[in-house]
Design a binder for this molecule. Structure first.
Ligand code: PLP
Length: 379
């Protein structure tokens, strides 16, 4: 099977023109030519992050950018809030523990989103809380959080809002500056349609003051070094050169489509997949009010194992989707619709999902999912 349709929530499909850009002969990074790329990428990222802040480029996966955020704003003993509603929220707690923070963990039922009023209440009761760590798009559950409301909660306080936007940026609505986000981290292998290995960290002025005063040990991830280099259109260490070169093209594509149009495209794709799941007698894992448009999390019927469904779809038909994580690892299927995908990709994914579920004995009318999605895509 030559087909390898990636409908996984990262890495996502890389279109052929970006593959070609990634394969360009490497150039040296301390050159005017590379500086030109850095400049264009910097400006493009400001558009995608919706910020005037500097966006630093780190050669790392998404988790590296999360560690950079924690290492630069958390001192040993600091009080912080970590919002947990899935695997990636839990990662904030784990990282804060490593850096010695006193973490007030806010547990959120998987498949639902945090209530910002609760965070506001906690901050009112204890203004010494230094940072709130949140996740824009919790990829493990398919939930999008109301970051705007969280930003309102920290507005006018000394508390920083740090957001993991790794699977949400360029996919769901997000406005770093308007929503009072102080640190926003992202990765290249989701909405940007590029391979893993390039991380991004944007930092507000308010956060930069905290970063400059932070005493936690850091070297590669010391954001002061990235800020110093940024001023000279440079990077402190050897950057992920070829991914940055290809990002010039990826950002041009994204800007040509426009953020609003991209978000509308993903919403439409999501609507089709959700309609298909319901028509196949399946339930969605996330609640309607917070379900993400980046991916659709689908609960499987009892007795059908997610890992087996994933394996059959991938190995027999060349369509990659993801199983769940944590407690729901073998109970849910996550179908991504972020990055370079269109309705025909979704129809192939749905058709394949139908075929495999039928083989595993789930009762539904074959073609019901495809018909439901087609109706949405023909609206
Ligand atoms: C929301 C979110 N945060 C963090 C990560 C971790 O990123 P990485 O696996 O690139 O380290 C991911 C990856 O799937 C993610 O989706």
């Amino acid at each position: 099977m030559d087909r390898n349709l990636l409908l996984t929530p990262g890495p996502t499909h890389i279109p052929p023109d970006l593959c070609a850009a990634l394969g360009k002969p490497i150039i040296h990074h301390r050159t005017p030519q590379f500086q030109q790329y850095l400049k264009e990428v910097g400006e493009g990222l400001q558009y995608i992050f919706q910020t005037k802040n500097h966006v630093y480029l780190l050669a790392s996966s998404g988790t590296g950018t999360m560690e950079a955020a924690v290492a630069n704003v958390v001192n040993k003993g600091d009080k912080v809030i970590t919002i947990e509603g899935g695997k990636f929220g839990e990662r904030w707690t784990e990282l804060c523990k490593v850096y010695g923070a006193e973490s007030k963990v806010v547990p959120v039922k998987w498949g639902t989103a945090v209530d910002a009023k609760l965070i506001k209440k906690m901050l009112d009761e204890d203004p010494s809380i230094k940072v709130v760590f949140a996740t824009l798009n919790e990829t493990s559950t398919g939930v999008t959080a109301d970051i705007k409301a969280l930003g309102e909660a920290v507005k006018g306080t000394n508390t920083l809002l740090v957001v993991d936007a790794i699977s949400g940026l360029g996919v769901v609505d997000f406005k770093m500056d308007d929503w009072n986000v102080d640190v926003c981290v992202a990765g290249a292998h989701k909405g940007f349609m590029l391979p893993p290995g390039l991380g991004m960290v944007a930092v507000s002025e308010k956060a930069m003051k905290v970063i400059n005063a932070c005493t936690s040990p850091r070297y590669y991830f010391d954001l002061r070094k990235y800020e110093k280099a940024y001023g000279k259109t440079d990077t402190p260490f050897t950057p992920a050169i070829n991914i940055i070169v290809a990002m010039v093209d990826s950002l041009r594509k994204m800007r040509a489509e426009g953020l609003d149009n991209m978000i509308a495209r993903f919403s439409r794709l999501a609507k089709g997949v959700r309609a298909a799941a319901k028509a196949m007698n399946l339930k969605l894992f996330a609640e309607d009010y917070c379900i993400s448009t980046a991916l659709t999390p689908i609960l499987l019927p009892d007795g059908i194992e997610a890992k087996k469904v994933v394996k059959a779809m991938r190995d027999v038909y060349g369509v990659s989707v993801a199983a769940g994580q944590g407690d729901v690892e073998n109970k849910i299927i996550r179908i991504s619709h972020m990055g370079a995908v269109d309705e025909f990709d979704m129809l192939v994914g749905i058709g394949c999902f139908e075929k495999v579920l039928k083989q595993f004995g789930h009762k539904f009318e074959l073609g019901a999912g495809l018909t439901a999605a087609q109706k949405i895509y023909n609206e």
